[in-house]
Ligand binder design. Structure first.
Ligand SMILES: Cc1cc2nc3c(=O)[nH]c(=O)nc-3n(C[C@H](O)[C@H](O)[C@H](O)COP(=O)(O)OP(=O)(O)OC[C@H]3O[C@@H](n4cnc5c(N)ncnc54)[C@H](O)[C@@H]3O)c2cc1C
Length: 381
C-alpha cells in the first residue's frame, strides 16, 4: 500500500495550484459580484491541459484519470471554487458520452471541450423533480429519423453558455419508470431551445446556471447516448464519477479555509496573545484538520477505484456527503476564527462560506447521498 502520489500527479497538483494562484485572485471578486463567467480563463486553462484532464489523450484530454482530475479540482478550488467549477465542469454531462457514447460521438464531442472551444452541460433536474430522478417529465418522441423533445430543465450548470447538453428524457413511457429514460445530446442552438440565466445565487456566482425549455426540439436519433431505455441507470453511473469530482471541490475549499485560518490566528492578537495560543482556536483548527485528512483519504480512494476500473458508488456517495459536510464545517469555523472580519468581504472566508453550501445540494443533496448509501449498506455486510 502506498499513500504517495506519483511524480506525475504531484506535478499536476503543483501546476494546477500555480495556475489558479496566478490567474484567479485578480478577477475573483469581480466575477463573484457581477456573476461573470470566466470564458477566457477557461480557454487558458485548457491550453494548460486542465480542462477535461480525465479524458484519455486519444479524445483530446490529458489522460490524467479521475484521480488526476479530482486533484486539479481540489487545487483550483483552493483559490476560487466558483471559477474552478467553470473550468473543470466544462465537461459536465460529457462523462456519459465517454462512458456510453459511440466512438463517433466521443471523437466529435470530447476533443473540442478539452481544447477549450466547446462546453457541455448535463440537463437532468426539472422544475418539479430534482432528487426524484425517476420523476422527470421531459419527453422525446420519435418522428421519422428524429426525436422531438418537449419539457423543462432547471438549475443547469453552463446552461446559457454551453454548446450542447446531454439531457435526460422519457423515450419509452410504456415501460416501468426506471426503464423509460434515455440520455440524448441536444445542441444548445437547436430551434426550440430557450435558455434563461438564473441570477442571485448565494455562492459559486461565476458559474453559469440556467433554466432551459425544450419546445418541439428536433434532434437526430443518432444523438441517443448509450441504449434507449437505459438512461436512468446510465445517469446513476455518471453520478458515481461526478460525485467524486465534486468532493474534490470540497477538499480544496476546506483546505483553503484551514490554511487561511492558521495564518490569521498567528497574526491576530487578543488579550495580549495571538489567537492561535488559545485552546478554543486550536480546537477549531484541529477539528478542521482531522476532517480534511479523513476527507482526503475518502476522496482519493474513491477516485483511485474508478481509475482502477472498480467504481464504488457507496464510496462516491460517502465522499460527496462527507465532502459537503466538511466544507460547510470548515467555512463556518474559518468565519468564526476571523471574527467580525470573517463576515465582511475584506477576507475570502466570507465568500467561501457562501460557496461551500452548494456542496450539500448539487450532484445529489446530502439526504440523497444518505439514501444512496443507506438503501444497500446492510446488504453489503
Ligand atoms: C447552483 C446549482 C447548480 C446545479 N447544476 C445542475 C446541473 O448542472 N444539472 C442538473 O441536472 N442539476 C443541477 N442542479 C440541480 C441540483 O442537483 C438539485 O437542485 C438537487 O438535486 C436537489 O433537487 P431539488 O432542488 O429539486 O430539491 P428537492 O428534490 O425538491 O429536495 C428538496 C429537499 O428535500 C429533500 N428530499 C427530497 N426527497 C427526499 C427523500 N426521499 N427523503 C428525504 N429528503 C428528501 C432534499 O434532500 C432537499 O433537502 C444544480 C443546482 C444548483 C443550485
Amino acid at each position: 500500500m502506498d499513500f504517495e502520489l506519483t511524480e506525475e500527479l504531484k506535478m499536476l497538483k503543483e501546476m494546477a495550484y500555480k495556475f489558479a494562484k496566478a490567474e484567479f485572485p485578480a478577477v475573483s471578486r469581480e466575477f463573484d459580484e457581477h456573476e461573470k463567467y470566466p470564458a477566457e480563463l477557461r480557454k487558458k486553462a485548457a491550453e494548460n491541459g486542465l480542462v477535461g484532464a480525465w479524458i484519455p489523450e486519444e479524445y483530446g484530454g490529458a489522460g490524467a484519470g479521475i484521480l488526476g482530475n479530482t486533484i486539479i479540482t481540489e487545487e483550483l478550488s483552493k483559490v476560487d471554487m466558483g471559477i474552478g467549477l467553470c473550468i473543470v465542469a466544462a465537461t459536465f454531462g460529457s462523462e456519459s458520452i465517454f462512458q456510453y457514447g459511440s466512438e463517433e460521438q466521443k471523437k466529435t464531442y470530447l476533443p473540442p471541450i478539452c481544447a477549450g472551444d466547446r462546453v457541455c452541460a448535463g440537463a437532468f433536474t426539472e422544475p418539479n423533480a430534482g432528487t426524484d430522478v425517476a420523476g422527470y417529465k421531459t419527453r422525446a418522441v420519435k418522428d421519422g429519423g428524429d426525436y422531438v423533445i418537449n419539457g423543462n430543465k432547471m438549475f443547469i450548470t453552463n446552461g446559457t453558455i454551453c454548446d450542447f447538453m446531454v439531457a435526460q428524457c422519457i423515450t419509452n413511457p410504456e415501460e416501468k419508470k426506471h426503464n423509460s429514460f434515455s440520455l440524448i445530446i441536444v445542441p444548445a442552438d437547436a430551434a426550440g431551445v430557450t435558455k434563461n440565466k438564473i441570477h442571485g445565487k448565494l455562492g459559486i456566482r461565476a458559474s453559469d446556471t440556467a433554466e432551459i425549455a425544450f419546445e418541439d426540439v428536433r434532434v437526430p436519433q443518432s444523438n441517443l447516448v448509450g441504449k434507449e431505455g437505459q438512461g436512468f441507470r446510465e445517469l446513476m453511473h455518471f453520478f458515481d464519477t461526478t460525485r467524486v469530482m465534486v468532493s474534490g471541490q470540497a477538499l480544496g475549499i476546506s483546505e483553503a479555509c484551514l490554511e487561511t485560518s492558521i495564518k490569521y490566528v498567528k497574526e491576530r492578537t487578543a488579550f495580549g496573545a495571538p489567537l492561535g495560543s488559545f485552546q478554543m482556536s486550536q480546537m477549531k483548527l484541529t477539528e478542521m484538520a482531522i476532517r480534511i485528512e479523513a476527507l482526503r483519504g475518502l476522496v482519493y480512494k474513491a477516485a483511485w477505484l474508478i481509475d482502477a476500473g472498480r467504481p464504488d458508488y457507496h464510496l462516491a456517495a460517502m465522499a460527496k456527503f462527507f465532502g459537503g459536510q466538511t466544507a460547510v464545517f470548515c467555512a463556518n469555523y474559518a468565519v468564526e476564527l476571523h471574527g467580525g472580519y470573517g463576515y465582511i468581504d475584506e477576507y475570502d472566508v466570507q465568500k467561501w462560506y457562501r460557496d461551500a453550501k452548494i456542496l450539500e445540494l448539487y450532484e445529489g443533496t446530502k439526504e440523497a447521498e444518505i439514501m444512496t448509501i443507506g438503501r444497500t449498506l446492510q446488504a453489503k455486510y
